[in-house]
Ligand binder design. Structure first.
Ligand SMILES: Cc1cc2nc3c(=O)[nH]c(=O)nc-3n(C[C@H](O)[C@H](O)[C@H](O)COP(=O)(O)OP(=O)(O)OC[C@H]3O[C@@H](n4cnc5c(N)ncnc54)[C@H](O)[C@@H]3O)c2cc1C
Length: 455
C-alpha cells in the first residue's frame, strides 16, 4: 500500500490498540491513540486487574506480522496441557495437542500491554494517556475527549476513528444511535476474581510450571497460570448469587473454609488467600454482539469493543489480534478505500467472531465440569488418536481454534460433525484399545473433507 498522510485515531491503548497502531504505521499511516487510563509504565496497575492470558497461534501470528514475537518469548511460559486437581488432591494431566509444539503460552496482561505500548511508540505512534473518549459525532466524524486529570475537553478531527476501547466501548455507545443498529449483551451469572500463589523462597513455581492448572468443581472452578517470576496467577470463577457464591463468602473464615473443602491442595500454597480475596475486585463476563461494525468509511469497532467474549476458550485477545491482521491484509489488497475495507472486514470477521463467542460459552461447561469426567478424557484421547492417523481430515475443535488459523466458523461447523462422530465411536467403549478403527475410517471419509491448515 502507498504511504498516505491520512491520520488515524485509535481509542484505547489496551491490547489491540497498540498492536493495530504498529501494523498501520508499518504501512505508512500516521496514528494517534487516546487512552483513558494513566500510563501503566508509570503507575502500578490496581491489584486484581493483571490476569494472565493464554496466547496461541492466532495471537502469535499477529505478533510475528508486527515483528514483535521474538521479543515476547522472554515473557511467556509455554503450557503443554491441563493439570486437573481432583477434590482428593489427585492430579491428572491432559495434553493440549499432539506434541510439544502444540502448547498455549501464559503471559501477564500487564507485561504484554507494556511491551505493546513501548513498541507502538518506537514505531512513531503518539499515545495520549488520561484522555477519555466521551463522544463521537456520527455525522461529522469528530471525537470528543476529556483529560481525566484536568477535566479539559478537546474535539479531535481525524480521517478515520477506530474504537479499540474494550467491552464497554464509548464509540459503540454512540453507534447505538444509528438507525437499525443491532446490539446484544449477555452477562454470565458467574463472576471472577484474581488470586495469587506466591513463588517458593527460591523463586520457583510451587506447582508444575508448564501446565494450566484446573480445579473443576461443577458450578465453580479455580484455574492457575504460571508467571515468569515463579508465581501463579489464579482465577476463581463463582456464581454471583446463591450457595457457594461471591455473595455468600463474606468473612475470612468462610473463604478459608470454602477453599479447604473445595480446593484442599491449594490452600497451604496461598498464605494471603483471604486478604487477596477481599482486596481484589470481582469481575463480570459478557458476550457482546452487534452490527454494523462501522460508520461508512469514518469509524470502525475492533476487538472487545465489537465482540467481547467470555474467557473460557482463551481466545478474546487472540481473536482481537486476528482482527488486526485481517484488517491490514484488506488494506494491503484495496488501499485506504476505508468504506469498502470496513464493509469487507465486517463481512469476513463477524461470522467468525460470532462462532468463537458461542464456542467460548460452550467451553465453560467443559472446563468447570466435563474435564473431570473419565468419559470426557477418553473422548479427548480418541480425538488425538484420530488426528494422528488422519492429520488433515480430523483435527480436534480445540486444535482448530488454538493451534491453527482455520476460520472459527469452520471450526464450529466441523467440531459439531466431529462431536457426533465421537459420540458414536465412544458410546460403548471404555478404553482406547477398543476403538473401532474401521468404523472411524468410514465415518471420517464419509463426513469430512481435507482441511487447509494454516499455522
Ligand atoms: C478473566 C479473563 C481472562 C481472559 N483470558 C484470556 C486468554 O487466556 N486468552 C485470550 O486470548 N483472551 C483472554 N481474555 C480476553 C482479553 O483480555 C480481551 O479479549 C482483550 O483484552 C481485548 O483487548 P481490547 O484491546 O479489545 O480491549 P481491552 O484490553 O479491554 O482494552 C481497551 C482499552 O480501552 C481503554 N478505554 C476504554 N474506554 C475508553 C474511553 N472511553 N476512552 C479512552 N480509552 C478507553 C481501556 O482503558 C483499555 O486500556 C480474558 C479476559 C478476561 C476478563
Amino acid at each position: 500500500m502507498k504511504s498516505s498522510p491520512e491520520k488515524i485515531t485509535l481509542i484505547g491503548a489496551g491490547l489491540n490498540g497498540p498492536l493495530l497502531a504498529i501494523l498501520l504505521m508499518q504501512r505508512g499511516l500516521s496514528v494517534e491513540i487516546y487512552e483513558r487510563r494513566p500510563d501503566m509504565r508509570r503507575i502500578r496497575m490496581s491489584a486484581g486487574r493483571s490476569i494472565n492470558l493464554a496466547l496461541s497461534t492466532r495471537g502469535i501470528y499477529a505478533l510475528q506480522q508486527a515483528g514483535l514475537w521474538e521479543r515476547m518469548r522472554s515473557i511467556i511460559i509455554p503450557m503443554k496441557g491441563r493439570m486437573m486437581h481432583s477434590i482428593a488432591s489427585e492430579l491428572t494431566f491432559q495434553p493440549y495437542g499432539q506434541n510439544e509444539t502444540e502448547v498455549i503460552n501464559s503471559i501477564s496482561r500487564a507485561e504484554l500491554n507494556i511491551a505493546l505500548i513501548n513498541a507502538a511508540e518506537e514505531h512513531g505512534a503518539t499515545i495520549h494517556f488520561n484522555q477519555r473518549c466521551t463522544g463521537y459525532d456520527l455525522k461529522t466524524g469528530s471525537t470528543r475527549v476529556r483529560n481525566e486529570e484536568t477535566g479539559e475537553e478537546t474535539t479531535l478531527q481525524a480521517a478515520v476513528v477506530i474504537g479499540c476501547d474494550g467491552s464497554a466501548s464509548a464509540i459503540r455507545g454512540e453507534m447505538l444511535k444509528l438507525s437499525r443498529f443491532n446490539f446484544s449483551q449477555q452477562y454470565l451469572d458467574y463472576g471472577y476474581k484474581e488470586l495469587t500463589i506466591p513463588a517458593s523462597s527460591q523463586g520457583e513455581h510451587l506447582l508444575e510450571t508448564h501446565a494450566l492448572h484446573i480445579w473443576p468443581r461443577g458450578n465453580h472452578m479455580l484455574i492457575a497460570l504460571p508467571n515468569i517470576d515463579g508465581t501463579f496467577a489464579c482465577i476463581l470463577f463463582l456464581p454471583f448469587e446463591g450457595a457457594d457464591s461471591f455473595a455468600s463468602l463474606t468473612t475470612h473464615a468462610q473463604v478459608i473454609q470454602f477453599f479447604e473443602s473445595r480446593f484442599p491442595d491449594v490452600v497451604r500454597l496461598m498464605p494471603q488467600l483471604a486478604d487477596n480475596y477481599f482486596a481484589n475486585p470481582t469481575g463480570a463476563m459478557v458476550t457482546v454482539k452487534c452490527s454494523p461494525w462501522h460508520v461508512e468509511g469514518r469509524a470502525l469497532l475492533l476487538g472487545d469493543a465489537v465482540h467481547a467474549i467470555v474467557p473460557f476458550f482463551g481466545q478474546g485477545l487472540n481473536c482481537g489480534f486476528e482482527d488486526c491482521t485481517c484488517l491490514v491484509e484488506l488494506l494491503d489488497r484495496h488501499g485506504a478505500e476505508w468504506a469498502g475495507v470496513f464493509a469487507e472486514f465486517e463481512n469476513e470477521r463477524k461470522v467468525n467472531t460470532d462462532a468463537i463467542a458461542d464456542m467460548a460459552i460452550e467451553n465453560f461447561a467443559e472446563m468447570r465440569d466435563r474435564v473431570a469426567d473419565s468419559r470426557f478424557l477418553l473422548r479427548k484421547k480418541v480425538e488425538l488418536a484420530l488426528e494422528a492417523k488422519y492429520p488433515r481430515l480430523f483435527v480436534p475443535k480445540y486444535a482448530m481454534v488454538t493451534f491453527h488459523r482455520i476460520p472459527y466458523s469452520v471450526a464450529l461447523a466441523r467440531g459439531t460433525v466431529q462431536d457426533r462422530m465421537l459420540t458414536e465411536l465412544c458410546e460403548s467403549i471404555y478404553r482406547m484399545e477398543d476403538l473401532d478403527w474401521s468404523k472411524a475410517d468410514w465415518l471420517i471419509r464419509r463426513d469430512l473433507t481435507p482441511l487447509e491448515l494454516r499455522q
